[in-house]
Design a protein around this ligand. Structure first.
Ligand SMILES: [Zn+2]
Ligand SMILES: [Zn+2]
Length: 569
């Protein structure tokens, strides 16, 4: 390949092809499902790289996480030639239109093959064939199937089958926003809906755009390469299904309607309804459109309500009384990365790599909190290895400008005790105390276990409190209010865990904790350098819980933080 060869695809084009490979492999099933996962991960990695050209020219694609030689070679081919031998092979195995048509429930690959032979290879063609009655004459279809398909196709894009985690939703949303921003005639672009409110999981991604010619922008948007199928709802709205499972609802309005549209599209439903009712009662009209959301709230006699608070949880009353917390914690306030794992336990990066990652983020300190002995599955540290880690911390500390705090994520064992001897616990700089096993206790026992842990004489941070895994495992059964009462009078703080699969404690409990004047840390629970970015999800959840800067311990500078979390105090 010549070094000056002109690339045939950009990073989105390459990612789209990788996603197509993944989908076709998924349809093949069996062992190919695993390969599909690898191609999907590759697609996400490529979408996010800033300089694909350099990586290809210098043959350094394999430096990216989860990109091996085989994947790198496909990416290079795609970038330089627009073709992929793997994709070409797969396409020959499947009928035309298989990806689009396989999104219709009940259409097997076999049926899609029959459709292809009859010249039907898109949802639009399928719909037309069903409407004209041609479909029922095809082998294997018949009037019943045709009727069922017609009903299904009347709602052309199915609601997403699964909700996205925050990092997944933002990954797609950021790309969409970036793509929209540079379209001719676009004035403003913003994410709206539950994603703008940072709900823990996201059904559809709402995006609002303003432009003088909405139709032209919509048309251009639908050309975005990562879109699999789309549907135009009306002259201002369209829905696009992305190959990675994300569904984007785009609303395009003239510039003067941007602020009010953004407000309405952001929700929540309960917030909007209450605001509307209040406006009616006070006879406040928006016939003259507000230019910004701040102006909108001002006309209602309210201070600006940040999107994370728009849940009708008292924020409207507080905004009227000018009692909304003004210093909600922000990402910029966070001075230290709390709760990090390394290769000593189940992290994927070394101690030094994690520390340097935190340093690069501009943090002033990092707490290394690997797992404790009970967490055998996570290679928890017995005392001898812990001592070795402390030696290594001393060595790395010599080379870096940020402070490394010696910590642990100590298991809360079934009795409520922590699993290092007190003499060891007292020597740590910081302790995160978490439950990792024996989840299924009855509520009274679990409450007892956690309150016993919180009453231990050392200061500790209650890690991922209720043990939930979003969409996989519900929170523990326990008396949370009683636990919070105990924490309020113990040497303890609460973690707001930023791992997008956890986000624990949830906002309503954070609000309850605030009432008891409990302090928080916003943590990352990072098992890799990249996951230290989890801090932004933690901050968002803290804001949804109305948590202010002063209530978050890791907004303190190094000395004050170290003092605040010192176990032996
Ligand atoms: Zn944990
Ligand atoms: Zn952890």
């Amino acid at each position: 390949m010549s070094e000056t060869q002109k690339p045939q695809l950009d990073r989105f084009g390459v990612a789209a092809a990788l996603q197509e490979i993944a989908q076709l492999m998924d349809l093949k099933g069996g062992k190919y499902r695993f390969k599909a996962k690898a191609y999907n991960a590759g697609a996400r990695a490529i979408q996010a790289v800033a300089d694909l050209d350099r990586l290809v020219r210098e043959d350094t694609l394999t430096n990216l996480p989860r990109i091996g030689d085989a994947l790198a070679s496909q990416i290079k081919q795609l970038y330089l030639t627009g073709q992929s031998s793997v994709l070409n092979g797969l396409r020959q195995e499947f009928p035309k239109g298989v990806i689009e048509l396989s999104s219709v429930p009940g259409l097997s690959v076999e049926k899609i093959k029959q459709l292809d032979e009859a010249g039907i290879s898109s949802i639009a063609q399928l719909k037309a064939a069903a409407e004209t009655g041609r479909l029922e004459s095809l082998k294997g279809f018949g009037p019943k199937t045709a009727q069922r398909l017609l009903t299904q196709l009347a709602t052309p894009i199915q609601k997403p089958k699964r909700r996205l985690h925050l990092h997944q939703a933002w990954n797609t949303a950021d790309q969409v926003v970036e793509y929209l921003r540079v379209i001719d005639g676009v004035v403003d672009v913003s994410v709206a809906g539950s994603l703008r409110r940072w709900e823990e999981t996201i059904g559809v991604i709402d995006v609002v755009v303003s432009a003088k010619d909405p139709a032209a922008v919509m048309e251009k948007f639908l050309e975005f390469q990562l879109i699999l199928s789309s549907y135009i709802e009306d002259e201002n709205t369209c829905v696009a299904q992305f190959a990675d499972g994300a569904q984007v609802w785009l609303t395009v309005v003239p510039p003067k309607e941007f602020a009010i549209t953004l407000f309405v599209k952001t929700g929540s439903q309960a917030h909007i309804e209450k605001v509307q009712k209040y406006a009616e009662k006070k006879r406040i009209s928006f016939a003259r459109l507000p230019k910004t959301e701040t102006e909108l709230y001002k006309r209602l006699g309210m201070v600006y309500i940040p999107p994370e608070l728009r849940e009708d949880q008292g924020e409207i009353e507080a905004a009227l009384a000018k009692k909304l917390p003004e210093d909600l914690v922000t990402e910029a306030d966070i001075k230290g990365v709390v709760h990090c794992h390394t290769t000593y336990s189940d992290g994927i990066h070394t101690l030094e790599a994690m520390v340097r990652g935190a340093e690069e983020m501009g943090m002033k300190y990092i707490t290394i909190t690997d797992h404790s002995p009970t967490a055998i599955y996570a290679n928890g540290l017995k005392v001898d290895r812990l001592m070795r880690q402390w030696d290594e911390i001393d060595e790395v500390q010599e080379k870096v400008s940020i402070k490394i705090l010696r910590g642990t994520e100590s298991d809360i064992i079934a009795s409520g005790e922590l699993d290092y001897p007190d003499a060891v616990l007292e020597k740590f700089d910081v302790i995160v105390a978490s439950i990792h096993a024996r989840y299924k206790m009855d509520s009274a026992k679990m409450t007892q276990r956690i309150t016993t842990a919180m009453r231990q004489p050392v200061f500790k941070i209650w890690g991922h409190g209720l043990g939930r895994l979003l969409q996989r495992r519900p929170p523990f059964e326990c008396d949370v209010e009683h636990i919070l009462d105990v924490i309020a009078e113990s040497k303890a703080a609460i973690e707001v865990n930023g791992d997008p699969y956890r986000l624990d404690l949830e906002p309503r409990w954070l609000r309850e904790a605030r009432k008891r004047k409990i302090k928080f840390v916003v943590s990352t629970d990072a098992h890799s350098v990249k996951a230290m970015n989890n801090v932004k999800y933690g901050v968002a959840i803290a804001r949804r819980g109305w948590v202010t800067r002063k209530e978050v311990l890791n907004t303190l500078n190094t000395t004050a933080f170290a003092k605040a979390v010192k176990p032996a105090q």
